[in-house]
Write a protein that binds this ligand. Structure first.
Ligand code: HEC
Length: 216
């Protein structure tokens, strides 16, 4: 008898306790501290997020206007042509075009945006031998050693009219962005900007010399 009374009392106490805890228990002062976070992993840290306010700056904005001539990182310079240099400030030099035409297409430059020199041509010849000749062959005929194997794609000759009429910017484009959905891959990672132009100069030289040989 006594035990049931006691346990009933305890049960009641428990129910009331839980109810009270539910009502008041968790309502402490609101805290600005993050909730218990066992492995913080630098998840919470002081930082500004876009469009937030800042008490530090006079205008109260966390976002700042970039200084003049800032070049955005990883900008998309034109549809489908991500700037491979990311921080290239001189468009003609880095991108191979400096403006977009009315058709929305890049206007590929017509002259090499570097001072031409014999040293540049020699460098271009050497780099061409390393990076291009395996496919395009030493004379640019498109019959490089890879074609002796199981090579699946036709490689154009630099000496066909279409490629002869290409602007230097378009040859730079082939090296920088690749050709035809990676039928020829981009060599932007392997070949620096100055070397790309040196190769372009050499390809042009190959075209001219072959034209001479053909007496055209
Ligand atoms: C792995 C083989 C390979 C290598 C290496 C290679 N190319 Fe190509 N290249 C191709 C193929 C294949 C095409 C034709 C792609 C197509 O039209 O589908 C091509 C096309 C081109 C074109 C014509 C682009 C066009 O718009 O039609 C140029 C210019 C060119 N390559 C230049 C170069 C230069 C310069 C190098 C060295 C930096 C180089 N290629 C390295 C395989 C290669």
């Amino acid at each position: 008898m006594k035990t049931t009374f006691l346990s009933a009392l305890m049960l009641r106490g428990l129910v009331v306790g839980v109810a009270l805890a539910g009502l008041f228990g968790c309502r402490g002062e609101p805290s600005s501290k993050p909730p218990v976070h066992l492995n913080p992993n630098m998840d919470t840290q002081d930082k500004y997020k876009p469009y937030r306010t800042s008490a530090f700056f006079e205008d109260g904005r966390a976002m700042r206007t970039p200084p003049a001539n800032t070049v955005p990182y990883g900008r998309v310079a034109a549809e489908g042509f991500q700037d491979p240099m990311m921080l290239g400030a001189d468009d003609a030099l880095h991108l191979g075009y400096a403006s977009i035409g009315a058709d929305g297409q890049p206007q590929w430059v017509e002259t090499i945006p570097l001072e031409p020199s014999m040293a540049m041509l020699e460098r271009g010849q050497q780099r061409y031998g390393i990076y291009c000749a395996p496919c395009h062959d030493n004379a640019g005929g498109g019959k490089g050693p890879v074609t002796m194997r199981d090579w699946p794609l036709p490689i154009p000759s630099y000496h066909e009219d279409r490629l002869r009429q290409m602007s230097v910017g378009e040859i730079y484009k082939a090296i920088t962005y690749g050709v035809n959905n990676n039928n020829m891959p981009s060599y932007a990672q392997q070949i620096g900007v100055a070397d790309r132009w040196a190769i372009v100069a050499y390809v042009r030289a190959l075209q001219l010399s072959q034209q001479m040989l053909a007496g055209q």
